[in-house]
Design a protein around this ligand. Structure first.
Ligand code: PLP
Length: 462
């Protein structure tokens, strides 16, 4: 064993070898040195554990592993993925894809100084909170608006600013987990407000809220849109309208956490009824909260709009608002996305989430057919199959969208093994295994990515 350790050439010798000439031309000496030291350490450990037998002392082998190591460590870890899962708002894959317009806006503003907090006309300090406000108010009918880091942040801000040390009345049927293991009660608790559970899981009546409001020290009534699951059977839910009536009667503000942030009529998108921020404000909710990167199709953000100005002005002065603020990239891409909504027809075409959602079966079948034909000589067998996509991102539970997928089979290879291969490509293609077949749902692949999908499926097996 010691023999083997002694066979490892010195670092100096390895670095001077021909194999390292090119590497040292492309990378700094210190980067190469530390990568090589790690490789040598690895080899030593292998020898000591009796694992390693051959190739000791071959500088060529060191060069290969150092080159790979440097290549991997000098590129950013976030990478492009082709989403063939059929989940449109896939939280693990980054939720909404931004529109070209939003990307261009972000690109042109991020690489230069901007009027982020500067009033160009007056030459004095301005407010970053002004940038998306005008459009948010226009699109929702609100009198005030604020953009924070994400939906959860907006919720914490609202609760802290409107109900610190007071009770927040929430139906037991709405104490949902919003994903990633985070639950509304926990978020509520960390805001400094106190949770008062009202009613039961399946039935909550207005009398339950009234009783809670008349006892204790209530600060606000919170209605959480149960966006990621359904309760069916013997159920009763109190409408937003009756909560607002009660709120007026007992002097409590009503906050509606909508989650999704749909700015268009759901029927335009073939979706089941879903409350919009505009409707909630119209009915008289004091504050409505929704995310930027769910159905709205913009960047990650937590948006809140108010039917008055009082509450939001208070929040803007709160130190927590500073802690949860968003940067210029978020504000630019959100404003660009909101601009598209001024014309619903434009929004439907330009915003990828909406375009995917409304893509027709005919169009998807046409694209799938072209792909299958182009792959006729490939090692994989490709067949069309009807399937179902879902919205995802904790929205529209149980709602399935008819779609078309490509069933990919490779003789002698299990679907899971084939998935591994496709995930190992330079641009990973992620599908889903359904009924023991690997399926690539075309609804979540952009038309301009079809060529990339084809390349994945033709090279994966060589
Ligand atoms: C998704 C969701 C949230 C959290 O929003 P994020 O932007 O993911 O932080 C809060 N409330 C509801 C009802 C949601 O659906």
């Amino acid at each position: 064993m010691n023999d083997k350790l002694r066979q490892i050439p010195s670092i100096e010798l390895i670095m001077q070898s021909d194999h390292f000439k090119e590497i040292l031309r492309d990378h700094s000496r210190s980067l190469v040195l530390s990568a090589l030291q790690e490789e040598i350490e690895l080899l030593r450990n292998r020898i000591l554990s009796g694992e390693f037998q051959d190739m000791i002392g071959q500088t060529g082998a060191f060069a290969d592993s150092v080159r790979t190591k440097l290549r991997d460590s000098t590129r950013i870890s976030l990478c492009e993925i082709l989403n063939g899962t059929g989940v449109i708002l896939h939280t693990n894959l980054g939720r909404a894809i931004l529109s070209k317009y939003a990307l261009e806006a972000m690109n042109s503003i991020s690489g230069c100084y901007s009027n982020l907090e500067y009033d160009v006309n007056k030459g004095v300090r301005g407010s970053r909170y002004d940038h998306c406000s005008r459009l948010l108010k226009e699109l929702t009918g609100g009198k005030s608006a604020l953009v924070l880091n994400n939906g959860a942040a907006a919720l914490v801000m609202v609760l802290r600013s409107m109900a610190l040390d007071k009770e927040v009345l929430v139906s037991r049927g709405e104490l949902v987990e919003i994903g990633g293991g985070f639950r509304i009660p926990e978020i509520l608790e960390c805001s400094g407000a106190r949770l008062t559970e009202v009613g039961s899981t399946n039935r909550t009546r207005i009398e339950d809220y009234r009783e809670a409001a008349e006892n204790g020290d209530p600060g606000l009534i919170l209605k959480v849109h149960r966006s990621n699951f359904n309760i069916t059977g013997f159920t009763e839910e109190t409408s937003l309208a009756s909560l607002i009536d009660l709120g007026k009667e007992v002097g409590l503000p009503v906050v509606h956490d909508l989650g999704s942030g749909l700015l268009l009529d759901p029927s335009l998108l073939g979706l089941p009824p879903e409350p919009t921020p505009k409707e909630s404000l119209n009915q008289g909710a004091d504050i409505v909260i929704f995310s930027g990167d769910k159905l709205l199709g913009g960047p990650q953000a937590g948006i809140l709009v108010g039917s008055g100005v009082h509450w939001v002005e208070g929040m803007q002065k709160d130190p927590l608002c500073r802690a949860l603020r968003v940067d210029k990239m978020t504000l630019t891409s959100l404003e660009a996305t909101l601009l598209l909504y001024r014309d619903p027809e434009v929004a439907l075409v330009e915003i990828p989430v909406l375009r995917m959602l409304t893509a027709s079966l005919d169009k998807l079948t046409e694209r799938a057919t072209v792909l299958a034909e182009a792959l006729i000589d490939a090692a994989v067998d490709v067949n069309l199959k009807e399937c179902f996509s879902v919205m995802g991102g904790g929205t529209f539970p149980g709602f399935e969208i008819p779609s078309i997928g490509l069933v990919i089979e490779l003789p002698g290879c299990t679907p899971n093994r084939l998935s591994d291969k496709l995930r190992g490509l330079p641009v990973p293609l992620v599908g889903r295994v359904e009924k023991d077949k690997l399926l690539i749902d075309l609804r979540t692949i952009l038309e301009e990515q079809d060529q990339q999908v084809m390349e994945c499926l033709s090279i994966s097996l060589t």
